[in-house]
Design a protein around this ligand. Structure first.
Ligand SMILES: *Cc1c(COP(=O)(O)O)cnc(C)c1O
Length: 348
């Protein structure tokens, strides 16, 4: 069978290495009694610190280059994986990266860590926006405004700036995960496996939206479960569906997704974004000890703890084949202690 492809060919700049590996988790499978696999989108990039944003950025950079842009601007938290990967992608494409980062956990300027350290090695234009007591606007809101102002300034100087939304989640970026889902289906076909369940971390929703769109496009009956890393507003499933459908439209597909095509599980983020959760800490240690694979405390540790809850409590039908999408982010293990949490407590 020929590999599955998007209906229309879209501008795409090669940045990562695809297909990413898909392999079985033998020890987790033995512990839980399910047939468990992992899709390694932590191995997408030019360096060890890739992740899910690289798939989106291949299409986003393709679009920016086609538009003749010379600058790329984006947003995120100070330890944003998305910002760091956007900077990497911009450097590969010869575009100038600008990022506006809001501080959730304040960094120490004399001891930059993890993604913030990488951002500075890449020589990106980095602006950090802190919370201000008495300011009615949050750091995130002020970062968005400051970014807009910087974009206008650059445009007034004759530059063309591509504005990458938070998480790279627009109709262009989503196509990266429509394609990612098709890639995964090809791999499963080659292995003679039917994927009953697919678990992924969900934040800005572009990854989940793309996977859902890919599922609809390939007429797959896999149950997709997105595990949230922060509290979500009521309309979240609707917003993810809209992203999926904007992606389908953008790549020329006639089919459309509905909110029935996936589930969102908001039970595993603990107290909130970038706050370590005990179950996630335990999941990080368990996967490391069982399989030698590392997860991160902000995203994948929380999603994996969610999947383990389904498996350990035998909530899925016996004999199910389950895939976990590893979206990357493990640089966070080297971030500020408030973000990492007690991952090595027993070792102390
Ligand atoms: C950004 C990110 C996610 C969430 O992806 P969205 O497309 O924003 O939902 C998941 N895992 C990691 C490691 C990320 O950096």
């Amino acid at each position: 069978m020929a590999p599955r492809t998007l209906p229309n060919e879209l501008p795409r700049r090669s940045i990562g290495f695809f297909p990413t590996p898909l392999h079985r988790l033998d020890n987790i499978s033995a512990q839980t009694g399910y047939d468990v696999y992992i899709k390694r989108d932590d191995f997408t990039g030019r360096n060890l610190y890739g992740g899910n944003k690289i798939r989106k950025l291949e299409y986003l950079m393709g679009y920016a280059l086609e538009q003749g842009c010379d600058y790329v601007i984006t947003y995120g938290a100070t330890q944003s994986n998305h910002a760091m990967q956007t900077i990497t992608a911009a450097r590969i494409c010869g575009l100038n990266p600008v990022v506006y980062l809001h501080s959730v956990v304040d960094p120490d300027p004399d001891d930059l860590r993890a993604n913030l350290l990488l951002d500075s090695i890449y020589g990106a234009e980095v602006h950090i926006v802190y919370e201000e007591e008495g300011n009615p606007l949050s750091a995130k809101e002020r970062a968005a405004l400051a970014g807009e102002a910087r974009m206008k300034e650059l445009e007034a100087q004759g530059h063309k700036v591509y504005n990458v939304p938070v998480g790279g989640s627009n109709e262009v970026g989503v196509c990266g995960y429509i394609n990612g889902y098709l890639e995964l289906m090809d791999q499963l076909d080659a292995m003679g496996k039917h994927m009953d369940y697919l678990f992924t971390t969900t934040g800005s929703g572009g990854t989940l939206g793309g996977l859902v769109a890919g599922k609809v496009l390939s007429e797959s009956d896999t149950k997709i479960i997105g595990v949230c890393v922060s509290p979500k507003a009521d309309g979240y499933s609707r917003a993810v569906t809209d992203l999926a459908n904007r992606g389908l439209e953008h790549c020329g597909a006639d089919c459309r997704a509905t909110t029935e095509d996936f589930e969102v599980d908001g039970n595993f983020y603990g107290e909130g974004y970038e706050i370590p959760a005990p179950a996630a800490t335990a999941a990080i240690r368990r996967l490391a000890a069982s399989e030698g694979i590392l997860l991160d405390p902000v995203y994948t540790g929380k999603a994996f703890s969610g999947m383990l809850a389904y498996l350990d409590q035998q909530k899925l039908p016996k004999g199910s084949t389950v895939v976990f999408l590893h979206t990357g982010g493990t640089t966070a293990l080297f971030a500020e202690h408030a973000i990492v949490g007690p991952v090595n407590e027993d070792a102390k």
